[in-house]
Design a protein around this ligand. Structure first.
Ligand SMILES: Cc1cc2nc3c(=O)[nH]c(=O)nc-3n(C[C@H](O)[C@H](O)[C@H](O)COP(=O)(O)OP(=O)(O)OC[C@H]3O[C@@H](n4cnc5c(N)ncnc54)[C@H](O)[C@@H]3O)c2cc1C
Length: 395
């Protein structure tokens, strides 16, 4: 088998890249370890930045998003039993966020790629990379019990944090930056209409809580828990009771309902530098992880492949590798900005184990500032809806 760009991973990064390359007339083949059903049902992110929505719209992928996505013009920050609205759209000159599940984005992308005749191979096993430091890299894998080889010009590593592509880069090339937060999130999906119209980020002495949503009938809620929390100790009643305590506000009630999905996800910041080695380019979670508090992971994955698709298009069209050579540095500027914002939001809202009260007091001072000073609220809003891309700023 032969293609121009071999893509490992059919998550948002790999699928958006394949779509953008197709629009530029560049062929790609996507290899995915899981089944189509699995990736289309994997519940994860749900907050799309303005720039992500614009890209999906501009490239013809937003029909269902326009119909079923929910646009939000603000978020609420709740602490000390009081709610404060951050007016995202007013504070950012008209930018917003959209609520639309990651699995819906993935479904739309797979449908569009397959309708355009794309090759996406699901259920591939044992993907290995060879020759990434040469001009003829190749992907080796097992499909339907048969050994296969895919020769490519370039390989895109879009296989998430636990994928194989990053590990194919020789030792000593990458510098890894890693921080594990001393807490995790217990997330639930429940079939109950959300008790709020906008997301609620709550800081409480017992820990952080977030009321998010996926549709008018589906609520998504999170509780801060310990990193090694045992899910079996959290029957549904206990989850709802704890959510009620942490989200409590006079005159407001949290409606509960059947929990259809439950999981614990750790919180980490992780970055590798550079995001390229030879003919292998890493994108999305394969290169970086952000704590979920800033709702940025999916958006950052899309931002990476936007840069990569443009660089590859220029390379194929003109033979100039300048943009490809600059891929890593262009992405990392945004990656570190987003890391900082996500860590800042996380440290403002979570209870730190062992805090003797000092951290809590500092958090409250910061929260008062963010919710009472327009300049501080604007800064949060600008980061939350997503900063403009370099090329929009003319950089
Ligand atoms: C609970 C949770 C909540 C989140 N909430 C948000 C949010 O609100 N907003 C937000 O923006 N982000 C959020 N994120 C982060 C977001 O989901 C990720 O950042 C996003 O999925 C990254 O996309 P990706 O394509 O880089 O990686 P992934 O989505 O992880 O896709 C990688 C793909 O590669 C495949 N793969 C892995 N190994 C191999 C292999 N060896 N061979 C072939 N294929 C392989 C995987 O099966 C997967 O399909 C959340 C994440 C979690 C876990």
């Amino acid at each position: 088998m032969r293609t121009q760009v071999g893509i490992v991973g059919a998550g948002p990064a790999g699928l958006v890249l394949s779509h953008l390359l197709h629009l530029e007339g560049i062929e790609s083949v996507v290899l995915e370890a899981r089944s189509r059903e699995y990736v289309e049902q994997r519940v994860r992110a749900g907050v799309l930045e303005q720039g992500t929505v614009d890209l999906l719209r501009d490239t013809g992928l937003a029909d269902r998003l326009e119909r079923e996505g929910i646009v939000h013009h603000g978020i609420e920050i709740r602490f000390d039993g009081r709610g404060h609205r951050i007016a995202l759209t007013d504070l950012t000159g008209g930018r917003s966020i959209w609520i639309y599940g990651q699995q819906e984005v993935v479904k739309d992308l797979i449908d569009a790629r397959l309708a355009a005749g794309a090759e996406i191979h699901f259920d591939v096993e044992d993907v290995r990379l060879e020759g990434i430091d040469s001009e003829t890299p190749s992907l080796h894998f097992i499909l339907g019990g048969t050994d296969r080889r895919l020769d490519c010009d370039v390989i895109a590593g879009c296989d998430g944090f636990h994928g194989v592509t990053r590990g194919s880069i020789p030792n000593g090339v990458l510098r890894e930056y890693h921080y594990e937060f001393p807490f995790a999130w217990l997330g639930i999906l429940a079939t109950v209409p959300p008790s709020t119209e906008e997301l609620i980020y709550a800081r409480h002495d017992r820990g952080f809580a977030l009321h998010s949503l996926r549709s008018p009938q589906l609520s998504r809620l999170y509780l801060q828990v310990a990193p090694n929390e045992n899910l079996n100790e959290w029957p549904d009643d206990r989850i709802w009771e704890e959510l009620r305590i942490r989200l409590a506000m006079e005159g407001w009630n949290l409606a509960d309902g059947p929990i259809i999905e439950k999981g614990v996800a750790g919180m980490r910041s992780f970055v590798v530098e550079p995001m390229q080695y030879g003919r292998l380019f890493l994108a999305g979670d394969a290169a970086h992880i952000v704590p979920a508090t800033g709702a940025k992971g999916l958006n950052l994955a899309v931002a990476d492949v936007r840069v990569l698709a443009r660089a590859l298009a220029t390379w194929y069209r003109t033979g100039s590798a300048d943009l490809l050579d600059a891929y890593s540095s262009r992405c990392l500027g945004r990656v570190w900005r987003v890391q900082d914002f996500s860590a800042w939001m996380s440290s403002m809202l979570h209870r730190y184990p062992g805090d003797d009260g000092m951290q809590g007091k500092l958090q409250l001072a910061r929260l008062e500032w963010v919710t009472s000073m327009e300049s501080a609220a604007r800064s949060l809003a600008e980061n939350y809806v997503g900063l403009p891309f370099d090329d929009e700023l003319g950089v």
